[in-house]
Design a protein around this ligand. Structure first.
Ligand SMILES: O=C(O)CCC(=O)C(=O)O
Length: 256
């Protein structure tokens, strides 16, 4: 993570890394997802909250469990768990010994699928596991998301949106902004291409705009925590599941 990346992450709460994955890596993930299309599910949660503009004609489609899929389908997702181009960023932001907190979660959206109200931020979540702070000359992040784009997300498509700098906000997020009904000029849609990765602190206010693209949105999110804390203890079994025995030492360390 170079000095420019550090400056902009501290300033905005996220970094957008272009072309992290090759087209082949993207294609391997997408092929494995296609082979498990029967695993898509729709959450019962109402992600749009009370928003009058974030509800869609249908819900998002989610998929989980990729790390335990049979080979070769689990492989591209295990590769991303320890991706060499991402590790320097997580080492800097979370410190050595960071690990997967939960995920990966695939968010797939077809045209008209509903969004997610803008959430997160230091005030809404008074929870140290999702903190962002600067101390001793370095950044300390709690829960941190790495979102790999498996499909393009262009202007007007919708999808991931953030409020740059909100990870340092000290006052509550205005409700109409959270619902994306007012103050939209403060919301940045992240325009990205398949193969890009966006790393953001969960202390950053973020959400999802209704999908307007003609193609299916596919965003794959891994969430990591520093070694000394957990946000979601219990997401992974403490009893060693069989699939862990089949992993490399480096992959297994991420789950321990
Ligand atoms: O990429 C998105 O749609 C946002 C995901 C989100 O809100 C989250 O990870 O908490």
């Amino acid at each position: 993570m170079n000095d420019d990346d550090k400056f902009f992450f501290d300033l905005k709460g996220f970094v957008h890394l272009k072309g992290v994955l090759s087209q082949e890596e993207v294609a391997r993930c997408n092929a494995a997802i296609d082979a498990h299309a029967d695993r898509f599910f729709q959450t019962e949660r109402t992600l749009e909250g009370d928003s009058k503009v974030l509800g869609g004609t249908d819900k998002q489609k989610w998929m989980e469990g990729m790390l335990e899929w049979e080979r070769p389908h689990c492989e591209p997702f295990r590769d991303l768990l320890v991706h060499a181009k991402i590790q320097p960023y997580l080492n800097e932001l979370l410190g050595g010994g960071y690990r997967l907190d939960h995920g990966p979660l695939l968010i797939a959206m077809d045209k008209g699928d509903g969004g997610h109200y803008l959430h997160g931020g230091g005030v809404e979540r008074q929870d140290f596991s999702q903190t962002y702070t600067f101390k001793f000359g370095r950044m300390f992040c709690g829960l941190t998301a790495v979102e790999f784009q498996l499909a393009d997300e262009g202007p007007g498509d919708g999808g991931l949106a953030v409020i740059p700098g909100s990870h340092k906000a000290n006052f509550p997020l205005p409700e109409k902004l959270s619902l994306y009904e007012e103050h939209r000029e403060y919301v940045k849609e992240i325009h990205s291409q398949a193969g890009d990765a966006i790393i953001f602190t969960e202390a950053l206010t973020h959400g999802t705009l209704v999908w307007q693209g003609e193609h299916q949105r596919r965003s794959l999110i891994y969430k990591y925590s520093p070694s000394f804390q957990a946000h979601a203890p219990g997401y992974h079994q403490t009893q060693v599941p069989d699939y862990i025995l089949d992993m490399s030492d480096e992959e297994r360390a991420m789950l321990s």
